[in-house]
Structure formats: structure tokens, C-alpha cells
Design a protein around this ligand. Structure first.
Ligand SMILES: [Zn+2]
Ligand SMILES: [Zn+2]
Length: 427
């Protein structure tokens, strides 16, 4: 890494020892994941660690559930918020790692679930803790205010909004800029920023179609919700094919159909669970309204006993990286990280999934930028790339997702620290 620029010097001389101090902490979080809205032990561990390493940080806990924010005031200057999400997923870990999770948890519906940090939020937590220590120790080199924000319930798309609704910005100063990142199935050691659209919006709907059940032998006395559901699902496919501009992109997926139980009993209702994605606000609104129009019309065409009911189960905003903020990151990341194929790029690909990170900025009309970094073992990555099988690398949410701890952790720590110092370093 280029070490001659002022930010790199601060980072290199204040970065805590990751191998001895933070790798064990990472393994602890990895082995002890908690589901969204239930990150109690995780939050307690984060608070305990921050109190030890950064005693002068003002800590606010239990914000929007198990959210935490630590504030470090260090003279005049800009305020930067660094965000890490902290929740795990209901996935049975199959990585075979020594520090693999064997945890189970009762979810909010009362069902016991295996639990895994299958999205890498354990890397996010650990790297923000290490970056906090780095920035705490280097206070003589920068001036301004830092907010270390540990956000719960990202996987549900609810944690950022919950923190805002619970008065996050009454407790901590309003940041001038909001920064965050995510570990991805890319070569470890790589890091990328992107201006503009970073992640699509996501809307999840639970739709109930109301038929009239009864004996399977007497269709003339029933309104069959299974046929209604089948026609609806097929017709929904025409939204992207026939209503969305071919130059635009959107996704309409029916990921779940629930209806009936026995082969000779027709159920009263069918439930569809839909996942909708869009890359701009107009298309998002259009797709949502088309879904409602088609579901309602198919219900009517089938003679449903009442209009369908719609319930929104999740929604994520569009993630838009501010051009000016991202440009400043481009400059410092270029100085600090190598800018070749195996290092930093200013043209990262957008996320496959969606994120609620942006809410922490849009709620206060401030700019933000979200970067990505690789977590795949470089040897594995190079092998599958050489063999033309990049799809074989386990992705986020897979039971096999296992970021290689180093250099992933160091890139994650440095990105937070370099990002913050881009605004705060004394001139
Ligand atoms: Zn995830
Ligand atoms: Zn994630």
C-alpha cells in the first residue's frame, strides 16, 4: 500500500493489532450471531468493547431496538457517521469452520431457527470497533466529531428507520456525511466505490387471494384460490416484460405460494409472497401499482369472494451514493489502496440485494456513500476465475459464506478510517 500520504501514515501508525486483538473478536461474533431485532448480546458486547477501548466516547444504547451510537467529540470540524449493521440470519451454517455458529434462536414468530452471520455483518461490527480504536488513538491528528453507529435489523429493512424514529438524531449530532460498507463475494483485498445508484429498492408484499374452499370433486361449488393464484403469478410476469422500459430494470418475483394441504380439499385462500425491485422511484411506483392492478383484476376474473388483501412486509429504499462525497472517497482510497485489479476500483458493481443504510442520511437530508469490499479467499477466487466459474464462490446469505478474515478485516478497518479522515484530518 502507498504509505506516504498523510492519511495512510495515521492509519498505519494507529491501527490496532488485528491478528491478536480483533481476529478473536471477529470469531466471537461469528460464533454468536443473533437474529434481526434480537441482537441483545451483540449490542452488549459492542458497548463493553467500546467502553474499554474508547472510554471518552459517549455511548447511547437501545436506540430503535438494539441499536447503539457512540459519539466522539474532538474539536471543531465536520461530523462523520460510520455505520455497521449487526444482525445475523436464520441460516444453518455449513462452512465447517472452527468458529462456525451452532446457535439457535427463537424468532419473533416463536419458531426455533438456526442462526448464522451469513451476510458478513460480523466483519462490519469488528472492523468498525477496530476503526473506532484507531481513530480514538489518533485524535491529535484530526478534528471534528465522529459517530460510530451500530445498526440492528438491516436484514428486515427496518433497523435504520427504527433508529431514526427512536430519536437517533436527538441523541447524536447531525452528521455532515454518512459512510458505510459491505463485505461481498469478491477477491479479498479489493474495495470499490460507485457514484449514483448503489442498490435497488425492494418492496415485499404478502397478498391474500380470497376464494371459497370445499370438496375437490365439486369445482362448480367453489372459487378455487389455487387457480386464481396460478393465473395471477403468470400475469405478473408481464409487468417487467410488457410494462417496463427495456432500457430500465425491475424484478417481480413471486417467491412463495401457500394454499391448501390435502389433495381432496380446496382451501379458502391462497397467499402469495412477492419481491419487487426497481432502480428508480418512478419505476418502483409503477411496478407496485401494476402489481395491485393485476392481482385485483385476476381476483375479480376468478370470482373471488372479496378483494385481495395486501400487506407490506419489508421495504428498502433506493441506495444512491452522493457524487461529491464519493469523489472525495475516490481520491483518498486511490492514495491509500492499490488501484490495480486486486485493489481499489472507482467503478464497483452495484449490490445484488438492497440496503436500508441510506435512511440514516436521507432522514436528515444529508449525503452518503456506501462501498463494497471482497471477502473471498484470493486463492479460491483466482482459481474459479481462471476456470471461468466465478458463480461457484459462496455468496452472502449462503450457508457456506465464509469471508477469509485477513486481509478482509484490514481493508474494512482501513476503509472506515480513511473514509472518516477524508473529512476530519487536520490540514
Ligand atoms: Zn444480507
Ligand atoms: Zn448484509
Amino acid at each position: 500500500m502507498a504509505k506516504d500520504n498523510p492519511i495512510s501514515k495515521v492509519v498505519a501508525s494507529h491501527r490496532p493489532d488485528l491478528d491478536t486483538k480483533y481476529v478473536p473478536i471477529y470469531k466471537h461474533f461469528h460464533a454468536n450471531p443473533e437474529l434481526s431485532h434480537q441482537e441483545k448480546e451483540t449490542a452488549a458486547k459492542i458497548a463493553e468493547h467500546l467502553k474499554q477501548t474508547c472510554p471518552d466516547v459517549t455511548l447511547h444504547t437501545s436506540i430503535g431496538g438494539h441499536g447503539l451510537a457512540g459519539v466522539l467529540k474532538n474539536g471543531s470540524g465536520p461530523t462523520v457517521l460510520l455505520r455497521a449493521d449487526i444482525d445475523g440470519l436464520p441460516v444453518l451454517e455449513k462452512t465447517g469452520l472452527e468458529w462456525a455458529s451452532t446457535k439457535k434462536m427463537i424468532d419473533l414468530e416463536g419458531v426455533e431457527k438456526p442462526t448464522m452471520h451469513a451476510c458478513g455483518h460480523d466483519i462490519h461490527i469488528t472492523s468498525l470497533l477496530a476503526a473506532a480504536e484507531l481513530l480514538y488513538k489518533s485524535q491529535d491528528t484530526w478534528s471534528g466529531t465522529l459517530i460510530f453507529c451500530f445498526q440492528p435489523a438491516e436484514e428486515k429493512g427496518q433497523g435504520a428507520q427504527a433508529m431514526v424514529d427512536d430519536g437517533l438524531y436527538d441523541k447524536v449530532p447531525i452528521p455532515d456525511v454518512v459512510l458505510g460498507g459491505h463485505v461481498m463475494p469478491m477477491r479479498a483485498g479489493t474495495l470499490g466505490t460507485k457514484r449514483g445508484l448503489m442498490a435497488s429498492s425492494a418492496d415485499s408484499l404478502k397478498v391474500t387471494l380470497h376464494g371459497k374452499g370445499g370438496h375437490a370433486s365439486q369445482p362448480h361449488r367453489l372459487v378455487d384460490p389455487v387457480v386464481m393464484a396460478a393465473s395471477t403469478v403468470m400475469r405478473l410476469q408481464t409487468i417487467v416484460a410488457r410494462e417496463v422500459d427495456p432500457a430500465d430494470t425491475a424484478v417481480v418475483t413471486c417467491a412463495c405460494i401457500i394454499a391448501g394441504d390435502a389433495e381432496n380439499v380446496v382451501a379458502d385462500n391462497a397467499i402469495l409472497k412477492l419481491d419487487l425491485r426497481a432502480v428508480n422511484a418512478e419505476t418502483r411506483a409503477k411496478v407496485l401499482s401494476s402489481v395491485k392492478r393485476i392481482v385485483t383484476a385476476e381476483s375479480m376474473a376468478s370470482g373471488a369472494v372479496q378483494d385481495p388483501t395486501f400487506e407490506t412486509t419489508r421495504n428498502f429504499p433506493l441506495t444512491i451514493n452522493d457524487d461529491e462525497v464519493t469523489q472525495r472517497l475516490e481520491e483518498s482510497f486511490t492514495e491509500h489502496f492499490k488501484t490495480e485489479e486486486k485493489g481499489y476500483t472507482a467503478s464497483a458493481t452495484k449490490l445484488g440485494g438492497s440496503e436500508d443504510f441510506g435512511i440514516l442520511a436521507t432522514a436528515i437530508s444529508k449525503p452518503s456513500s456506501f462501498w463494497t469490499y471482497g471477502g473471498t479467499d484470493p486463492e479460491t477466487w483466482d482459481k474459479v476465475a481462471a476456470e471461468g466459474r466465478p458463480g461457484d464462490v459462496p455468496i452472502n446469505h449462503s450457508a457456506y459464506f465464509a469471508p477469509v478474515i485477513m486481509p478482509t478485516l484490514q481493508v474494512a478497518v482501513d476503509a472506515y478510517a480513511v473514509g472518516a479522515l477524508t473529512w476530519l484530518l487536520k490540514k
